[in-house]
Design a protein around this ligand. Structure first.
Ligand SMILES: [Zn+2]
Length: 103
């Protein structure tokens, strides 16, 4: 048996032969697999964060402007915020409509 790989589990210190996961505690022993999994998780997290911050940035911008001491800026912020909400509503309505027509 020359192709069998013998690994010691880093978690429970027990020996495993030809396994990616520990037979005893389920820890990933295969370093390559572990790295691949960690990289995928990091990419998922990065993508999720970018998505959330992009959505929040516009909303927080308008919320901050509505707290502004200048009345005119508060008025404009309120006005543009309502327009922004309407644009999103129309956009989602159109998306729904196109989806409906296409189906
Ligand atoms: Zn183990």
């Amino acid at each position: 048996m020359t192709d069998s790989t013998y690994k010691i589990c880093p978690n429970c210190k027990k020996a495993n032969i030809n396994r990616d996961y520990c037979e005893h505690c389920g820890t990933i022993i295969n370093v390559y697999l572990k790295r691949k999994l960690e990289r995928r998780q990091q990419e998922d997290q990065k993508r999720r964060l970018a998505k959330e911050s992009g959505k929040i940035r516009i909303t927080t911008f308008f919320e901050n402007a509505q707290q502004h001491p200048n009345f005119l800026i508060r008025l404009f912020a309120g006005l543009f915020y309502s327009i922004w909400v309407v644009v999103i509503a129309i956009g989602s309505f159109l998306a729904f409509l196109f989806g409906y027509v296409a189906a």
